[in-house]
Design a protein around this ligand. Structure first.
Ligand code: PMP
Length: 552
């Protein structure tokens, strides 16, 4: 029994696949040399003991022979792996190893069925699960997610675990604080002020006041109240395709929802402007598109004036997410903000998806447009999965909101949430994740661009840093969207153990927004997998009328 446990310990050393790697090794061993449940139950402890012994022996030998570097060759990886294992529930590890004894797929099917049935009993039917055959994810580490059978998936789509799933620094910060105290903002606490100071330091001067909330929706909801209080206006301008949150007020401001299934259209206080999309929008000349698209706001403001309505604000993501992973054309926000401020409104930048260094060149998406918003809203990546959000604004706007009614948020800004937020900022800085997003994003984008030269079904590759979109069309020349192909590629990627998903008004854009641990090797793997998915799918794609199949 000790042999496969020792082999498993070295198989996972320094590898990101951890449980999956050990699971595969045990399964292989069991197929040749059968193991029983008692034996497999010991593997986890034996494996940890082996790594601990190795680290201890190596430390002693290094002390005796400090010049012999070879003695420490596996020490760093042994410690790293021990640390990673300590973050994983040992019962989960044991059950994952136990499954190595089952015929492939059997146990998983039973579990899947039980969970699917329980979902149907207790959760609303509208809550969809990704993929034709949903995944049962039981663990995560950095840019990998682990299914119940131990398989490791490369995560290309989850931007909430910004610095990596279960990043040990963030886990430890939450653990340490939750063990000591969790209260609310009515008591003085160092975490709250430290975090507020650290966060404010990432913004241009003037954006100094922070309201802590628990989600992106709550942040945007509060931003609307601030805008109305400050301007005395009631109306908002929104960009077509946008999603800003799940509350009643925000569904009304989200064309992504109010124009979609079950939607009831824009209410009278909401004015929609065209998506500034240079690929399939009104204007495609990149040097002038920004200013020309922004004129849409001028028209909306004129309409409002004619109807005797008053503008409160303009809410816009700094790069558009649900609208199809769109980078705003240069000059768009500059001109739009000018028009909005000229009409007495305030400018709200929704950074819920794109903030915290994801775009690579800058920490905040709005900086790529050279503007300074009046209000910025934050969410998803802020706590690496811990629910936390914020509204950042100026002292003047915060003062307008102070009309005597207190704003209190039970959970917002609690010491545990702030500990998570501080740890996220620490990790971004220590691991230089913004810089990494820029460099890995460039490598990935150029790989995808090269692919697009070979596949005319790739209509557009766009985005910045690790916020990229791949738009699928029937043919580059027709630009006709093909959601089916995009979905099929996503399913093929899943077969290759890569997670991605689609979005955009035609659901034909694969969005890439992985945890920022994503590396160059991951980028290469993703490009190769899309290449092989397309080469296997492409025969089924019909050429547009008049084009020979050979041109596809
Ligand atoms: N704004 C944007 C741009 C979003 O993408 C989302 C969520 N997808 C929200 C706001 C709402 O955030 P939450 O789901 O945390 O309420």
């Amino acid at each position: 029994m000790i042999e496969p446990a020792v082999a498993a310990a070295y198989a996972i050393l320094g590898s990101p696949t951890l449980l999956a790697g050990a699971h595969e090794l045990l399964r292989g061993y069991n197929e040749v040399h059968s193991l029983d449940e008692d034996e497999i139950g010991l593997v986890y402890d034996l494996l940890v003991m082996r790594l601990a012994t190795s680290a201890a022996i190596s430390a002693r030998q290094v002390r005796a022979n400090p010049d012999n570097r070879y003695l420490a060759v596996s020490q760093a990886d042994a410690w790293k792996t021990l640390l990673q294992l300590s973050q994983i529930d040992d019962a989960l590890a044991r059950s994952s190893f136990m499954e190595a004894l089952e015929p492939r797929g059997k146990l998983q099917t039973i579990e899947h069925r039980a969970i699917t049935e329980a979902r149907a009993r207790h959760l609303a039917a509208m809550l969809s699960a990704s993929y034709d055959q949903p995944l049962h994810i039981v663990g995560g580490y950095m840019q990998y997610l682990y299914e119940s059978d131990g398989s490791a998936y490369l995560d290309c789509v989850n931007n909430v675990p910004h610095v990596g799933h279960c990043h040990p620094e963030v886990v430890r910060a939450i653990e340490e604080q939750v063990e000591r105290l969790n209260t609310n903002t009515r008591y003085l606490h160092q975490n709250l002020t430290t975090y507020a100071e650290r966060l404010a330091a990432t913004f241009p001067a003037g954006l100094d006041i922070i309201f802590f909330v628990n989600s992106g929706s709550e942040a945007n909801e509060l931003a609307l109240r601030l805008a109305r209080a400050h301007t005395g206006g009631s109306d908002f301008i929104v960009v077509d395709g946008a999603y800003h949150g799940n509350t009643g007020a925000l569904i009304d401001l989200s064309p992504y929802k109010y124009k979609g299934p079950g939607g009831r259209g824009a209410p009278p206080h909401v004015h929609e402007v065209p998506t500034p999309d240079v690929y399939r929008g009104l204007y495609t000349e990149t040097s002038t598109a920004g200013a020309r698209f922004a004129e849409g706001l001028g028209a909306a403001i004129d309409d409002m004036g004619a109807a005797d309505r008053k503008l409160a604000g303009f809410i816009c993501e700094s790069l558009l997410s649900c609208a199809g992973q769109i980078e705003l054309p240069a000059g768009y926000l500059e001109r739009a903000y000018e028009l909005v401020r000229g009409a007495g409104g305030v400018c709200i930048a929704d950074e819920v998806q794109v903030g915290f260094g994801r775009v690579g060149t800058h920490f905040w998406g709005f900086e790529t447009q050279g503007v300074v918003p009046d209000i910025v809203t934050l969410g998803k990546p802020m706590g690496n999965g811990h629910p936390i959000g914020a509204v950042v604004t100026t002292a003047q706007i915060a003062a307008s909101f102070a009309d005597g009614m207190e704003y209190f948020n039970t959970f917002g800004g609690n010491p545990v949430s702030c500990a998570a937020g501080i740890a996220v900022l620490d990790v971004i800085e220590a691991e230089r994740l913004q810089e990494r997003s820029a460099s890995v994003g460039d490598v990935l984008k150029s790989g995808l661009n090269e692919l697009s030269l070979r596949y005319p079904v790739i209509g557009d590759v766009r985005g910045r840093g690790l916020f990229l979109g791949i738009e699928f069309v029937e043919h580059r020349e027709t630009r006709k969207p093909t959601a089916d192909l995009a979905r099929s590629v996503v399913e093929k990627l899943k077969e290759a153990r890569i997670l991605a998903s689609t979005d955009g008004p035609f659901n034909n854009v694969i969005k890439i927004k992985p945890p920022l641990q994503f590396d160059e090797a991951n980028a290469g793997r993703l490009v190769a997998a899309i290449d092989s998915a397309l080469s296997s799918l492409i025969v089924r794609v019909q050429p547009p009328r008049g084009l020979p199949a050979s041109k596809l």
